[in-house]
Design a protein around this ligand. Structure first.
Ligand code: TEU
Length: 542
C-alpha cells in the first residue's frame, strides 16, 4: 500500500471538551458527550480530532492546569471513557490527538503540593523554579518577568512555619507553576506520560506552549525594555530557547518507536514563520500551528504574503504548511472579519455580523484550498460568532480577571455548541451550559443548518467532500499564482483553481473551467464569472 503520511494534508477538528457536548446535565461537556457525537464529525468529513485537555485539573485555566497527567477529570469522565472514545473514533476512521501541557503543571499537582509542604530545601522544589526574593527581606520578585495573564510571573509562598518565604515562577496563572526542564525527573516524567497515552492508542499530541519549557540560564532580567511577551524571538529568556529542540528530538524517538503514523503538533507562538519552521524539522515535531495566518486580516496582500512565506519556510524542513483561523484562545474569525482591520485576535465588538460571516465562509474555502493541513475549531462550521457581551459574573478566563487586557477575552469563543433549535441548552446537554448561550443561538444549531442549501454547515461538508475527492488538493501540488485584479487571490494547483475576492465589490473573472463550489452564488455568462464581494470560488479545468 501507498505509505502516504495522512497528516500532511489532514483536516483536524479541535474539540474543546467543556463546550462540545454534555452527557450528564452538569452544564459542562464531557467525554461520553464527545463520544456520542463522533458520527457527526465523521459525516462532517474531518480526518482527526484534537481534544483540548480533559485531565484531572482544578480548572484554574480550563484544564491547562493539570494535576494528574494520567487521569481524566471526573467532570469529563474517566479513563474507560477515554478508551471508549479512542476506540470508537478509530472504528469511524477518525484519529485522536490529545493535548500535552509540559510547560507547567497545576499547583495541585502532587510534586508541587509536596514542594510547598516540605519547605525550603525540598528536593521537589528543584522540579519547579523556586528562588529567594530580592530586597532586604526577600519581599521583591526574583526577576522582572511578567505573566502572560498579567501581573508578575512570580508568587511568594507561605512556608510551613507560617512565614513569607520563597517565590516560584509561573508564566501563566499563579495556579500554573512552570516546570524546571533542566531537572532529569521532569524530563523522565514526560517521556513516561507520552508512553502512557501512546499505549492508550492516541494518534498524536498537540504540545501546549511548545516554545516555552526551557528558560535561559540564570533567569536573567528582561531589563525593563518593553518586550512582546508572547512572541519568542530567541532573545526573550523564557520563550523559543534553543534547548527546547533537544527535548523534541528525544520525544520524536519515542513516538517513532510506536507503530502507525503518530504526530506532534506544536503550539509555538513565534514572530515569524521562519522561526516556527525550526520546530518541524524531520527529527522533531511534525507540524506547528501557523499563527501568522491566524493573525492575518481578510486582506489579499497580507494573506498572499503569509501564504508565500509559509510555503517557502516549510520547504527546506520538509514539513507541511498548516492553516488555522480560530481556536479556543482567540476571537472567532466570523467576528474578527466583521470588524475593521487592525483590531487583532482579541476584540470585544460584535462588528458587522453578516459581513463577518461572508468573509469567514470565503476564508474557509481559501484555507481548505491551500497545500498542507488545516485546523477547524468547533463551531466555526456553524458560522458561530464570538459572544462579546458576557458579563463579569459568568466569565471564567483567568486572563480576563488578571488584567491581560485585550488578551483576556477568551470566554467568547468558548460558549457551548448549539445542536438543536430548542431545549434548555440547545441540545448541548440535558441541563444548562457553563457559559450562557446568547439569543438566537438555536438558529445557528446543527439541526437548523443540516440539509439547508447554502448553510455554513453544508458549505463545510461540501468543501471537505470536494477536498477529499480532488487529488490536486492534497499536500503535494504547489500553488501557482494567476494574474488577478487588486484584492483578488487566484491560484492554480494542478487542474484545480481557487479564486478569492476579498474586496467589497463583485469582480469579473474569466471562468477557468467548471465551477466546483463557492461560498456564495457565482454567475457565469459567456465564459465570464462574476465573483461576488468577499467570496471564494473553486474551479476545475480537468
Ligand atoms: O496558550 C498559550 C499562549 O501563550 C496564548 O495562547 C495565550 O494564552 C492567549 O493568547 C491569551 O493571552 C496555551 C493554551 O492554548 C491556552 O489556552 C492556555 O491558557 C495557555 O497555553 C496556558 O496553558
Amino acid at each position: 500500500a501507498d505509505r502516504h503520511d495522512w497528516w500532511r494534508d489532514a483536516v483536524i477538528y479541535q474539540v474543546y471538551p467543556r463546550s462540545f457536548a454534555d452527557s450528564d446535565g452538569d452544564g459542562m461537556g464531557d467525554l461520553p458527550g464527545i463520544r456520542a457525537r463522533l458520527p457527526y464529525l465523521r459525516d462532517l468529513g474531518v480526518d482527526a480530532v484534537w481534544l483540548s485537555p480533559f485531565y484531572a485539573s482544578p480548572q484554574a485555566d480550563a484544564g491547562y492546569d493539570v494535576a494528574d497527567y494520567r487521569a481524566v477529570d471526573p467532570m469529563f469522565g474517566n479513563l474507560l471513557d477515554a478508551d471508549g472514545l479512542i476506540r470508537d473514533a478509530h472504528e469511524l476512521g477518525l484519529r485522536i490527538i490529545v493535548d500535552l501541557v509540559p510547560n507547567h503543571s497545576s499547583d495541585q499537582h502532587e510534586w508541587f503540593k509536596r514542594a510547598l509542604a516540605e519547605g525550603p530545601g525540598s528536593p521537589l522544589r528543584d522540579r519547579y523554579h523556586f528562588r529567594p526574593g530580592k530586597g532586604a527581606n526577600g519581599e521583591l520578585p526574583p526577576n522582572d518577568w511578567e505573566s502572560i495573564f498579567g501581573g508578575p510571573a512570580w508568587t511568594r509562598v507561605t512556608e510551613p512555619d507560617g512565614t513569607p518565604g520563597e517565590w516560584y515562577l509561573h508564566l501563566f496563572a499563579p495556579e500554573q507553576p512552570d516546570f524546571n526542564w533542566e531537572h532529569p525527573a521532569v524530563n523522565d516524567e514526560f517521556r513516561s506520560i507520552l508512553r502512557f497515552w501512546l499505549d492508550m492508542g492516541v494518534d498524536g499530541f498537540r504540545i501546549d506552549v511548545a516554545h516555552g519549557m526551557v528558560k535561559a540560564a540564570g533567569l536573567p532580567d528582561l531589563g525593563g525594555s518593553e518586550q512582546v511577551k508572547l512572541l519568542g524571538d530567541g532573545v526573550v529568556p523564557f520563550f523559543d530557547q534553543d534547548g527546547v529542540h533537544e527535548i523534541y528530538r528525544q520525544w520524536r524517538r519515542i513516538l517513532d518507536e510506536y507503530s502507525g503514523d503518530r504526530v506532534f503538533v506544536a503550539e509555538a507562538w513565534t514572530p515569524t514563520v521562519e522561526r516556527t519552521a525550526n520546530y518541524v524539522r524531520p527529527d522533531e515535531l511534525h507540524q506547528a500551528f501557523n499563527f501568522q495566518y491566524l493573525s492575518s486580516y481578510w486582506d489579499a496582500t497580507e494573506l498572499r504574503g503569509i501564504i508565500d512565506r509559509t510555503l517557502e519556510a516549510m520547504k527546506p524542513v520538509g514539513a507541511p504548511a498548516t492553516w488555522v483561523l480560530s481556536n479556543h484562545d482567540v476571537t472567532r474569525h466570523a467576528t474578527r472579519f466583521g470588524n475593521p482591520a487592525g483590531m487583532g485576535t482579541q476584540i470585544r465588538e460584535a462588528g458587522d455580523r453578516e459581513l463577518g460571516l461572508r468573509r469567514a465562509r470565503a476564508a474557509t474555502l481559501l484555507m481548505l484550498a491551500l497545500p498542507g493541513s488545516a485546523y477547524i475549531y468547533q463551531g466555526e462550521e456553524l458560522g458561530l460568532p464570538d459572544v462579546v457581551d458576557l458579563s463579569d459574573e459568568v466569565r471564567q478566563d483567568p486572563a480576563y480577571f488578571r488584567g491581560a487586557g485585550q488578551d483576556g477575552f477568551r470566554d467568547g469563543c468558548r460558549v457551548p455548541i448549539p445542536w438543536t433549535r430548542e431545549g434548555s441548552s440547545h441540545g448541548f446537554g440535558p441541563g444548562g451550559s457553563w457559559l450562557p448561550q446568547p439569543e438566537g443561538w438555536g438558529e445557528l444549531s446543527v439541526e437548523a443548518q443540516t440539509g439547508v442549501p447554502g448553510s455554513t454547515l453544508e458549505l463545510y461538508r461540501s468543501a471537505l467532500a470536494v477536498r477529499r475527492a480532488t487529488p490536486d488538493l492534497g499536500a503535494g501540488e504547489d500553488v501557482r499564482w494567476l494574474p488577478a485584479p487588486e484584492g483578488v487571490l487566484a491560484f492554480r494547483r494542478g487542474a484545480f483553481v481557487c479564486v478569492a475576492n476579498t474586496t467589497g465589490e463583485p469582480v469579473p473573472f474569466p471562468a477557468p473551467g467548471r465551477l466546483l463550489m463557492a461560498s456564495d452564488e457565482v454567475a457565469v455568462t459567456d465564459g465570464e464569472a462574476l465573483v461576488p464581494a468577499d467570496t471564494t470560488a473553486w474551479w476545475t479545468t480537468g
